[in-house]
Every structure is written in structure tokens, then in C-alpha cells.
Design a binder for this molecule. Sequence first.
Ligand code: ZN
Ligand code: ZN
Length: 201
Amino acid sequence: MEDELIIFNGSDKISDKSALDRVREIGCYRDITASTVECRDFLERMSEECYSYNRGQVDGTKFLNIFHGEVGERFPEPGKIILIDHDLYDGSDPRSNWFFGGYVGNSMGLGYIQLSTARLQNKNHERDLIRHELGHMFGAAPEGRSNTYELLGSHCSNDLCVMQQKDTVPSAINYANKRARKKAPIFCGQCEDDITNYKKF
Ligand SMILES: [Zn+2]
Ligand SMILES: [Zn+2]
């Protein structure tokens, strides 16, 4: 069965082509169609609605809830990638200072990848963040598999796999740079198999 992905790109920093290229990489393992929709004004309006003037940040959790109500419920199945340039925080977590975004699953479909570019350091970092979240969307490194560990969800411990989770931002950036320097494959063999064999329904 073919998976459908829709890219909602409100970012000036990540091109549509770059986002589509990341999805194409996953297309080595699965039959995927991806498209972009023109939605900048809509995403900007949503960001304003969720903007905290005290913090100078957008409440990413609220944003996603509203997005789900306005878009997700009408088109539940496709995976959705939402890219914005505003800095995000998690309004449902009082300890949250900021977050890059991440993958949020959904019982009705492939779920959401939400990503803020505000704190991205370079292209290696940007590419690997999107790859990592796409890995989550397609079931890479599930709980209970060998060579996984728990850190903000189940992650892969195999060397140079993009599904490793680092506990600090500098170590995540170092890791992305190291992977690029070594021309490492995106996923390890186990995560490749996870993605190839993943069945949402
Ligand atoms: Zn992760
Ligand atoms: Zn892996």
C-alpha cells in the first residue's frame, strides 16, 4: 500500500525541495507519494493564534491541536510534515523552555512531524532531524527490539544510525556532523527493516 505524505511548509529556511528530498530518501524503503501545499498564510495565522508575547514563542502543542481540528480530522490518513520558523515551546508542560518539535502519532493515520527551524544549527542538523522524525513516523527502533534504549521514547543504539537520541543539543549537532563526515547511511540495517516492514493499519 502506498503511503501519502503532505508537507505544510511555512519556513523560509527549509525549501520545499529539501523537505521533499528527505521524504524521497524514505522512498527507498516504502512506496510513498509526497506533495507540498501552499499554506504560508494559514500557518502564519495559526502561529499568531498560538503566540505567547511574553515568551516570544509559539505554543507548539496548542498549534498542533488546532491544526488537527482544522486539517487533520478532514484528512486523517496522510502523514503531515509542518515546518515553521517560529521558536516553539510546549504549553502543556510548565517546565518547557523550548523544543524543536517532533513526531506525534495519531491512531487515524501516519501522524504529524512538527519542526521549528529557529534553533537549527546547520544543514546536517536539519536533515538529520527530519530523517529522525520520519523514522519515528514509520516505526523505526520500536520498543522491545534489540539495540534500542529508552530516552524520550524508544531509540536505536546502533553506531551512526540517525535513530539515536542524544541528551543534549550540542551532542546531537556533533553527531549529525560526524554522520555527514563519515558519509554514514541514514539508518542502520535494523531500522531500515523496521521502516520497510512497518504497517500502520
Ligand atoms: Zn526520537
Ligand atoms: Zn538504527
